[in-house]
Design a protein around this ligand. Structure first.
Ligand code: BGP
Length: 487
């Protein structure tokens, strides 16, 4: 008997990619250098020597890559989405996607971030991508900034640390809304806005030379992003009142290492400082009181301008988007737990959870906890915009790709999403990370594959770039067809 689906009738099933990990066409068709070009290279060299990154050029990157003895530079190609977008979008439509998440690269529209007129080739490309998405009846979900700030703004202003960048970002977003605002309902201002704190070259684009005021720079940069997010929300609603602006964090769901009160307090602080601070400001519209203590303890003094408080209060996000990969463990004192990677953050290893090949701990029940936790706190629609497992997939002799581990991972997370829906959570969509194999943002690897579609390219950028449907492609096709009834 057909199982009744628990997912809402208009649930937005889909998958995600990001320009800097998929497009390729670096330095072509008018695209300027972006921080993402550095962050991948940055993963190959000593991250501490930030001065090296100032005024970096493609040639300097090539030299540094050669010096470091690695040719791992596949991001130059991404997966050539720039030329293959029609094929890729058609494959996603074949799976039955209702929504297609992607980003529009700032440096493809304003190469240095300061041009007075946009790069028409960039606008034409994203116009063509949207036309393809519309052809299959899918909703576009557009991330305005997915770790892709023009590098010139980092060199000129130290990224978001300079308030001037707010106006430049608003001009970029306004250009997108003016050109595409009637065709796109769902937007996200910043991808994983809480990531910048853990990686200099991610969303903050802060080039703080590890001087004393580094943490001041970071939080002043985040403040400027908050203001920018409010202003683009305001602008979107002026251009298209039906438009929905989402705020987005990497949800570092946090558990206490023990039931010792000190550990529980540490968990509370980690959750507050690494997660809730960002969504409290962008959904509740004010800085939370617990940050006063954090700023005082860390010597941070945010510089506010006239009108900032009113902006944050009036232009809050319409929905809460988040990525979920792992859960983290907090402890207030040294303990015998090992340390493990956990998507941008280090975490203590949870002895009750298994790990992926890259050490990311797998916690499907943590997703149910996260959904309840976020919905109870904010009472706004939730959208999971990244969830998936990075794994080494193999192409068999007959050309098939068997990825039961990916089906298992996604199946177990979808089960918990169903539980959360029964718990009363308002969950409106799910875009897996990723629709198709693309370059890893953290390690610049192709071998860390997330997609339903295999792309023939190795870590050094070699391969035919041919696309192959994995077993999970057909599994997800049935999940969507049954609206989540057949997992
Ligand atoms: C998130 C980013 C994505 C993606 C994902 C997987 O933080 O928003 O862009 O990269 O992490 O991480 P990785 O590609 O490093 O495995």
């Amino acid at each position: 008997m057909k199982q009744e689906s628990i997912f809402p009738e208009n649930f937005l099933w889909g998958g995600a990619i990001a320009a800097c990990q998929a497009e390729g066409a670096y330095g072509q068709y008018g695209r300027g250098m972006a921080v993402s070009d550095i962050s991948f290279y940055d993963s190959q060299i000593d991250r501490q020597d930030l001065a090296k990154h100032r005024n970096v050029t493609t040639q300097k990157i090539e030299e540094a890559m050669a010096d470091s003895g690695t040719t791992r530079y596949p991001k130059r190609h991404g997966i050539d989405f720039y030329h293959r977008y029609k094929e890729d979008i058609a494959l996603c439509a074949e799976m039955g996607f209702k929504v297609f998440r992607f980003s529009m690269a700032w440096s493809r529209i304003f190469p240095t971030g300061e041009e007075l007129t946009p790069n028409q080739e960039g606008l034409d490309f994203y116009d063509a991508v949207l036309t393809e998405i519309e052809k299959y009846g899918m909703e576009p979900l557009v991330t305005i900034s997915h770790f892709e700030m023009p590098l010139a703004l980092v060199n000129q202003y130290k990224g978001w640390t300079d308030r001037k960048v707010i106006d430049l970002f608003v001009r970029f977003a306004d250009c997108l809304f003016t050109n595409f605002g009637q065709r796109v309902t769902y937007w996200i201002s910043f991808n994983e806005m809480n990531a910048g704190r853990f990686s200099t070259f991610k969303s903050t684009g802060v080039v703080a030379d590890k001087t004393d005021n580094y943490i001041q720079d970071c939080y002043q940069a985040v403040h400027h992003q908050f203001i920018a997010a409010a202003l683009v929300t305001k602008r979107l609603h002026e251009i298209n009142p039906a438009g929905k602006m989402g705020c987005m964090i990497a949800r570092f769901t946090t558990y206490a290492a023990t039931c010792k009160p000190e550990d529980v307090l540490q968990m509370m602080h980690d959750d507050q400082y690494d997660n809730f601070f960002y969504t409290d400001v962008m959904i509740r519209g004010t800085y939370p009181g617990y940050m006063n203590r954090f700023f005082k303890d860390n010597g941070v003094s945010i510089i506010w301008e006239e009108g900032d408080k009113a902006l944050l209060k009036e232009y809050t996000a319409d929905y809460l988007a988040f990525s979920y990969y792992v859960s983290n463990v907090s402890s207030a004192q040294p303990n015998e737990l090992d340390v493990t990677d956990a998507n941008l953050k280090k975490s203590l290893k949870n002895p009750y959870l298994e790990s992926s090949a890259w050490g990311w701990q797998i916690d499907p029940k943590g997703l149910r906890y996260t959904l309840n936790n976020l919905y109870d706190r904010y009472q706004v629609p939730l959208f999971i915009v990244e969830n998936g497992i990075g794994a080494e997939d193999t192409v068999e002799a007959d050309g098939s790709v068997h990825d039961p581990y990916r089906i298992d991972y996604l199946q177990r997370h979808l089960e918990q999403m169903k539980e959360a829906l029964v718990d009363g959570v308002d969950l409106i969509g799910y875009t897996t990370w990723s629709s198709i194999d693309i370059v890893s943002s953290g390690t610049s690897e192709m071998s860390k594959r997330y997609g339903f579609i295999y792309v023939d390219q190795d870590d050094d950028g070699n391969g035919t770039l041919n696309r192959i449907r994995k077993d999970s492609f057909y599994w997800y096709q049935q999940v969507i067809k049954s609206n989540g009834a057949d997992l």
